[in-house]
Design a binder for this molecule. Structure first.
Ligand code: C5P
Length: 221
C-alpha cells in the first residue's frame, strides 16, 4: 500500500509522515532528503550545475540510502546533517527543476514501492510519482504557522534568524515549488486536504490513520 503526503515547505510533512509510517509499520520515504543528497553530491563533485545532462548523470550514479533510523547515506557517506546546510538548501532548485535529474530520483522512489508499503512524502508524490496511491493527502498550514514552526526548529538548532527572514524564505520556496515546469507542487482532486494550522502533530496523524484504516478495511478513503 502507498500513502502519499504532498504539501508546501514547513507544513509538517516529514514529522507526520515519520510518525504515521511508524504507527502503520510502513517504510517512510523522505523524498526531500533524496533531492538534498543529490544536490550535496553535485556540489561536492564540482558538477556543472548549469549543464542538465551532467547533473542528471551525477544523480543517476548517486547511491542514496534512507536508513530506518533516519540517517541518510550518499555513496556510503553519512550526509544526514550536511544536507540541511544553507549551501545545499540554496542549490536544491537546480536538481528539482531538472527533468532528467527528477526522473532518476523518481525511478528510485518507485523501485522502493515495488517491495515495501510506503508513506511517501514530498511535493509531487501523489500528483506525479504515485498517481495510483491508495490514500493521498495534501497537508496545508498557514504561512504564519509554517514560518513559526520552522523558526522554532532553527532556534532549537542554535541558528539566529528572524521570523521575517524565515517567512521570506518560505514564500520564495513556495513560489519555486509551485512554478517549476516539472514536478511542481499541486493539489489534485483525489487528495484528502488536511489543514494543520490549528492541529497538533498527533491530531494530524490521527486523522490520517483514520483514513488509512478505513481504506485498509475496504471503505472509502
Ligand atoms: O522536504 P524538503 O524541504 O527537505 O525538500 C527540499 C526541496 O526539495 C524542496 O523545496 C523541493 O524543491 C525539492 N523537492 C522536490 N520534490 C520532492 C521533494 C522535494 O522537488 N518530492
Amino acid at each position: 500500500m502507498i500513502v502519499t503526503i504532498d504539501g508546501p515547505a514547513a507544513a509538517g510533512k516529514s514529522t507526520v509522515a515519520r510518525r504515521l509510517a511508524r504507527r502503520l509499520g510502513f517504510r517512510y520515504l523522505d523524498t526531500g532528503a533524496m533531492y538534498r543528497a543529490a544536490t550535496w553530491k553535485a556540489l561536492r563533485c564540482g558538477a556543472d550545475l548549469e549543464a542538465p545532462e551532467t547533473l542528471a548523470e551525477v544523480v543517476r550514479n548517486a547511491d542514496i540510502q534512507l536508513k530506518a533510523d533516519g540517517r541518510v547515506l550518499c555513496d556510503g557517506q553519512d550526509v544526514t546533517q550536511v544536507i540541511r546546510s544553507p549551501e545545499v538548501t540554496g542549490n536544491i532548485y537546480r536538481v528539482a527543476d531538472d527533468a532528467a535529474a527528477r526522473q532518476a530520483l523518481i525511478r528510485q522512489q518507485r523501485k522502493l514501492a515495488a517491495t515495501d508499503n510506503l508513506v511517501a512524502e514530498g511535493r509531487d508524490q501523489g500528483s506525479e510519482v504515485f498517481p495510483d496511491a491508495e490514500v493521498k493527502f495534501y497537508l496545508h498550514a498557514s504561512l504564519k504557522v509554517r514560518a513559526g514552526r520552522r523558526l522554532d526548529e532553527l532556534r532549537n538548532a542554535d541558528k539566529d534568524v528572524s521570523l521575517a527572514e524565515v517567512q521570506r524564505q518560505i514564500v520564495l520556496r513556495d513560489r519555486r515549488d509551485r512554478s517549476r515546469p516539472v514536478g511542481s507542487l499541486r493539489r489534485t482532486g483525489d487528495m484528502i486536504f488536511i489543514d494543520s494550522t490549528d492541529l497538533s502533530v498527533e491530531q494530524v496523524v490521527q486523522v490520517m490513520l483514520d483514513h488509512v484504516e478505513d481504506r485498509l478495511a475496504g471503505g472509502p478513503s
